[in-house]
Design a protein around this ligand. Structure first.
Ligand SMILES: [Zn+2]
Length: 93
């Protein structure tokens, strides 16, 4: 019993080390998935509305729902719910 448990733990430890060793590869994969949702640097079929990142000031394109949410928040004096992928990454690291 205990032999099985330690074998599983050993496998997990190796996997975690592998992920930590390749942060650049992982962010490239994430970038490939981005266009489906969230702000993009170029207009797409979904993201047709310009929005400036409130943190770094870069121009991004968002969909109508994101734009409405951001302008609602601005009207109410709240922090905008939007931030660009660069700033999101900087905040989570
Ligand atoms: Zn930003």
């Amino acid at each position: 019993m205990s032999n099985v448990a330690s074998a599983v733990l050993g496998t997990r430890a190796v996997e975690n080390q592998g992920e930590a060793a390749m942060p650049k590869l992982r962010s490239e994969l994430d970038a490939d998935r981005q266009p489906e949702k969230g702000p993009t640097k170029h207009p797409t079929a979904e993201n047709r509305h310009e929005l400036l990142c409130p943190i770094c000031g870069q121009k991004f394109y968002v969909d109508a729902v994101s734009l409405a949410r951001a302008s609602e928040a601005a009207k109410m004096g709240l922090d905008p719910p939007f931030r660009c992928p660069d700033c999101e990454e900087a905040e989570s690291s």
